[in-house]
Design a protein around this ligand. Structure first.
Ligand code: SF4
Length: 391
């Protein structure tokens, strides 16, 4: 069913507030923000919305649709399986079109926070699932298939309230750990990219605003997209952005539709000055002939361009590539050159996961040798870069 939902005009929305004023997302800058410009539209140019009725009726759902005038809306019973949308049928041309032009609005039913202990202390319930980008190694599409556009969860008030309760229940962090010496760290972007979500929705801004008022906790998310609108969100040190980096030659082949790595690095100082903590994800590390030289060059580049104030607070996660047999087979159909890098049976071992999927990762010795070498390269070229964890 196609329809334009009632109550989604800007006037209607002016009557509604999701939060009290202290939590509110910042008003867009006069003349529109980055999200209204041509670069943002190349990433996301929504022409079709699929939505659960409850999402359509929610204030956040109506706010999103008010920014998409004239875009047809198809009601769906659930955001999880939309036969005409999800799955692996179709060429990459269709996948990237789906990712660019389609948005799904849903209500997140189960709100749980899971312990993590590596990248973050906790994984918060994400405010989205799916991504407009199309990294060849991405694990996010594993359940919906590659044509997995952004699903935004419109019950953001419930998500924020859940996280707030969870933070309060922990009390202060008593033991420093590698996640953070003082704050409980909550990953808010496990299944998507918060910077891209912010092109169409204030969920990211609302989460940043919520953590501003949680002095014992910190939000954290990884990103491969530079969205300057995030600079106006005033995180006051309570949100950590982790720019993912890898050698540009790998990124051009593997990180489809993302911001160039050099742009992510160049943005670090602006994000720090805007009140974010800025870390880096060295990930995924892909082993191939020449990887050591290219990672050394990347580390030299980081050392050359980052100002001292970024280096002083920076830390990094190192994540070696893991892959998946099913994803390998899908990728062979649209991007076989990526598989020349990602699929290295001679160096990888297979492990069946709890859900039966065949995952591959570098064999134990290969991985530990590579990690040792990468640590040496960091010590030689970017000794200021503290490694939070490597795995
Ligand atoms: S940016 Fe992240 S979530 Fe998006 S496709 Fe790449 S790895 Fe997946």
């Amino acid at each position: 069913m196609h329809r334009t939902p009632p109550g989604s005009s800007p006037e209607d929305l002016g009557q509604q507030t999701l939060f009290d004023w202290e939590d509110a997302a910042p008003a867009p800058p006069p003349g529109g923000g980055f999200r209204d410009g041509p670069q943002a539209r190349r990433m996301l140019d929504v022409r079709q919305v699929y939505a659960e009725p409850a999402a359509l009726a929610s204030p956040r759902g109506r706010q999103i649709l008010a920014r998409l005038p004239g875009v047809p809306v198809t009601e769906v019973p659930g955001h999880w399986r939309i036969p005409s949308l999800h799955g692996n049928d179709g060429s990459v041309a269709r996948w990237t079109r789906v990712k660019t032009e389609t948005l799904v609005l849903g209500v997140k039913q189960t709100l749980t926070t899971r312990p993590n202990g590596r990248s973050a202390d906790w994984i918060a319930p994400g405010a989205s699932n799916g991504c407009a980008m199309a990294c060849a190694y991405c694990y996010v599409p594993r359940r919906k298939g590659y044509a997995n556009p952004i699903t935004l969860f419109t019950n953001i008030e419930a998500i924020v309230a859940h996280v707030r309760r969870h933070v309060q229940a922990q009390g202060p962090k008593r033991e420093p750990n590698q996640c953070d010496p003082q704050a409980w760290v909550y990953d808010i972007g496990e299944n998507g990219d918060c910077s891209v979500d912010a092109l169409v929705c204030d969920n990211t801004a609302d989460l940043v605003a919520a953590f501003r008022r949680l002095p014992t906790a910190k939000a954290s998310f990884a990103t491969k997209f530079v969205n300057p609108d995030l600079l106006a969100m005033d995180p006051q040190g309570r949100t950590r952005v982790r720019f993912s980096v890898m050698p540009a030659t790998d990124s051009r082949l593997l990180d489809i539709r993302t911001s160039p790595v050099a742009d992510r690095i160049a943005a670090a100082a602006d994000f720090l000055d805007a009140g974010y903590e800025v870390h880096f994800n060295l990930s995924p590390v892909v082993l191939r002939p020449g990887w050591q030289q290219d990672w050394a060059d990347l580390l030299v580049h980081l050392d050359d361009v980052l100002p001292g104030r970024v280096k002083e607070q920076a830390a990094a996660e190192i994540i070696m590539l893991t892959h998946n047999q099913q994803l390998h087979e899908v990728n062979l159909g649209w991007h076989p050159r990526a598989e020349d890098l990602l699929w290295q049976p001679g160096a990888q071992e297979v492990k069946r996961s709890e859900n039966g999927a065949l995952n591959v990762r570098y064999a134990r010795q290969v991985k530990s040798d590579a990690l040792a070498r990468l640590r040496e390269l960091i010590a030689a070229h970017a000794p200021w870069l503290r490694i939070r964890y490597a795995f």
